[in-house]
Design a protein around this ligand. Structure first.
Ligand code: SAH
Length: 372
């Protein structure tokens, strides 16, 4: 069985907590599980479930293994169970989605279109390297944030994903690549902090039931007021990535309409609290748009904003989308931006997205494209 990698964190480093006005840490909020599917339930819940249906407890562990390790898609195929009992449970959904389509990019990145039980389509990306298999997962069908440079944002919002619909994406990639998934990034469709309970529930299950280390999971958010603080209270060991994208409030509002309701200053203050409460450094993502936010003065301003933070700046050169007319900066410009940050002692890296040819790169996922 996969052992839990969840560890309780001790109090965060630094003793300046008392002097700042922050919310006290409440105990980890409960995560009610209301099963619409078996996927997402833990060993105890599955054991109770089989016992309620007249089976001995050890069948719970069998069910658990078949769901999380063997990729069972229906009770019917779990051959270790008595045939009659299997047939009686035939209508119970495990919660796996159907593969609608997939496309492979020349760099071996694979984009999957998955069809959910209600017919909605979501996108998931598998990104292999020699040492890693990373899954870029969606947290919503569409996205309500409407960021100006993002294809998902241009397509509107349909609904939140359920816990099992998030876990399913990881299992699908793992099964297709016939290789263990090592890393997960919540950078597909949707804003994860608008779906906190299901996202945190999925993270816990991916950690405890699928066996993926929390430190290998990154949650990316554009920032929702009070939600970074809420996330901190779950005491997870995941990496928080914040889509900053601009070095000042005015510029940020021009790219991210929802930034109007959540000033940069307030967001950075919450990020600071996150670092203090979790002891984890934050990654700031910064999309580079030629002539918009990639000038030397932006680098200088950005450095001042994140100075003193336990953080890392991740520059993402813009991936062109049809619906926007931004440009990706030249390599020279990108390098100059990196140098300007380094000069100011800011930890920085550039992330060139993979999967561009399969429309599988950052920000390119868009449900409406795939309905044909
Ligand atoms: N809603 C979350 C996660 C989804 S997008 C968030 O905003 O963080 C994951 C990352 O891809 C974000 O940093 C997002 O800003 C970036 N992104 C979106 N569109 C992009 C594009 N066209 N080119 C490059 N990066 C993009």
């Amino acid at each position: 069985m996969v052992q839990s990698k969840l560890r309780k964190r001790s109090a965060p480093k630094g003793n300046n907590l008392k002097s700042r006005e922050i919310l006290p840490i409440s105990p980890t909020p409960p995560l009610p599980y209301s099963p619409t599917s078996l996927l997402g339930a833990n060993l105890t819940q599955l054991t109770e479930w089989v016992q309620q249906r007249g089976q001995p407890a050890y069948r719970g562990r069998q069910l658990y293994q078949w769901i999380y390790q063997q990729g069972a898609r229906s009770i019917g195929e779990i051959s270790v169970f008595p045939k009659q009992w299997r047939e009686a449970q035939a209508d119970v959904p495990i919660g796996r989605s159907a593969l609608h389509h997939h496309s492979v990019a020349p760099d071996d990145t694979i984009k999957y279109l998955l069809r959910l039980a209600d017919g909605q389509i979501i996108e998931t990306v598998g990104i292999p390297t020699e040492k890693r298999l990373t899954v870029c997962v969606s947290s919503q069908v569409g996205c309500p944030m409407a960021c100006d440079f993002c294809a998902t944002g241009k397509g509107g919002f349909t609904r939140n994903l359920a816990r099992h619909e998030i876990i399913d994406q990881v299992l699908t990639v793992q099964e297709d690549f016939k290789r263990r998934v090592s890393h997960i990034v919540f950078m597909g469709m949707g804003e994860p902090l608008l779906n906190v309970e299901n996202v945190v529930g999925a993270i816990k299950s991916l950690n405890e039931d699928v066996g993926i280390g929390q430190r290998s999971i990154t949650l990316s958010t554009v920032g929702i007021r009070d939600r970074i603080r809420q996330l901190a209270q779950y005491q997870l060991q995941v990496t928080l990535a914040v889509s900053l994208h601009a070095s000042n409030q005015t510029l940020r509002e021009s790219m991210i309409p929802t930034a109007k309701n959540y000033p940069l200053k307030a967001m950075l203050a919450e990020c600071r609290e996150y670092v203090e409460l979790t002891g984890r450094r934050v990654t700031f993502e910064y999309i580079l748009l030629a002539g918009v936010n990639d000038l030397p003065e932006h680098a200088e301003e950005l450095a001042a904003q994140v100075k003193g933070f336990q953080s890392h700046v991740n520059l993402i050169p813009y991936n062109p989308i049809q619906e926007a007319d931004y440009q990706r900066p030249t390599t020279k410009r990108i390098q100059a931006f990196v140098a300007a940050l380094k000069k100011r002692n800011i930890a920085v890296s550039v992330r060139y997205s993979r999967g561009l040819e399969a429309d599988a790169a950052c920000g390119q996922l868009r449900q409406s494209k795939v309905k044909s």
